[in-house]
Design a protein around this ligand. Structure first.
Ligand code: NAP
Length: 250
């Protein structure tokens, strides 16, 4: 057991949870999961989990050195740009192996009507021309970008907006994915949705709304991903496990 390598997995995604479970099966590995603490009832993988920010780049460097952490895997959401930047910089500073698990972005297929934008602010600009009733699926953190509009929104998120958040006009729907195609079809119909705003998150858990929009022939305003730090990357959990096995066997 003394030869175990301590692996910090930055989580907050379904992929991260799956990765933690599979990494814990590797005898040479001791896993610590880190969650930001954004959701009230996070899905906490079994084993050693810490919750809350590290205190910026310097806090993360201090944490990596104090534990000490041997390997860092960033399995955070593609839109969690700050923690990914910090992770890449901290791992380089401390001199430990670092991997990013980034699921591939969705790509439009025949029948999709996407309007690509590079931010929520840019999404808000195109909406007034697009539809009166919008399905807003960007979570609760960036609602304020849409609060100045007169458009009606169905806003889906895991937890209610924080008390000091500017909330757009419309209805909040509390729910956690994965979402079925039946569910998404019926929401679009029931609320007479004319367009969707989505982050290009990739993966299956939230893709059904994109299919439902295609079927209904309504546009999707697709917020493109932020830049990713340079460094080693894989696209799926199996590849991350193969990378980890290779690192800990050395
Ligand atoms: P972010 O903007 O990149 O991070 C902001 C700060 O939150 C970081 O600087 C860090 O604080 C803390 N943080 C983020 N992820 C952390 C983690 N796994 N463990 C410990 N601290 C973390 O991130 P975000 O977009 O707010 O996302 C927060 C979490 O929600 C992430 O874990 C992400 O995987 C998950 N998530 C995000 C989205 C999204 O659309 N952004 C969607 C689904 C899930 P310090 O600087 O103090 O260390």
């Amino acid at each position: 057991m003394s030869q175990q390598k301590r692996v910090l997995i930055l989580g907050g995604t379904g992929d991260a949870t799956e990765l933690v479970v599979k990494a814990a099966d590797i005898p040479e590995v001791e896993v610590i999961t880190s969650l930001a603490g954004r959701t009230r009832q996070p899905i906490v993988p079994f084993g050693n989990t810490r919750i809350g920010g590290f205190g910026g780049l310097t806090g993360l460097i201090t944490y990596l050195q104090a534990q000490p952490i041997d390997v860092l895997i960033d399995a955070t959401h593609p839109f969690a740009a700050q923690i990914s930047l910090n992770a890449a910089a901290a791992a380089a500073k401390v001199g430990i192996p670092h991997l990013m698990l980034i699921r591939p972005a969705w790509k439009p297929v025949a029948g999709d009507d996407w309007i690509d934008v590079d931010s929520n602010a840019a999404a808000a600009k195109v909406l007034p021309e697009l539809a009166q009733r919008i399905f807003l699926t960007i979570g609760r953190q960036e609602l304020a970008a849409f609060a100045h509009l007169k458009t009606w929104f169905l806003m889906r998120m895991i937890d209610p907006p924080l008390p000091d958040t500017l909330v757009p006009l419309g209805q909040v729907l509390l729910d956690r994915g994965p979402f079925s195609l039946e569910n998404e079809r019926s929401l679009l119909q029931q609320y007479e949705i004319g367009a969707i705003v989505s982050k290009n998150s990739g993966g299956d858990a939230t893709y059904a709304k994109i299919i439902a929009a295609r079927e209904r022939k309504i546009p999707v305003v697709m917020v493109q991903r932020p830049a990713v730090p340079t460094g080693e990357k894989v696209a799926d959990v199996e590849s991350a496990i193969a990378w980890l096995k290779n690192k800990v066997s050395k």
